[in-house]
Write a new protein. Sequence first.
Length: 133
Amino acid sequence: CGALPSPVFDYDFKNGKQNLILKGNAKLENNALVLDGKSYAQIPDSGNIHLTEKGLTIGAMIRLAPVDDKNPKLFDMILSKGNEYIFARNKKNMYTNFHNGARWCAVTIGGNAPAAGEWKCPVCRWLPCQTAH
């Protein structure tokens, strides 16, 4: 797969919120972005983050809340780009989906999500398909 490219965004919350726009009850606490399931943060200068013919790599250092087994619709958004892609936890698994301009059409349910309360860095890397000539 080769080396990962240099990141377009590399946020370290030790430096404050930088240019993030915090919505709802989102806050910075102990050098981390804290979200309550209804709040979120926007990255205003994220216009150049897209899935391209070269692929896309997304990673985030996260600490998830416990899974509520009574909630069949549990879905924790980690990163979303409008109608392009979603990187999330769906119940106890990692989840990605892509939008083709008309609908969400490329669901991938990956391995287990990190255990609740542990700091982990799940990474999704999408590479273009290699075709034989």
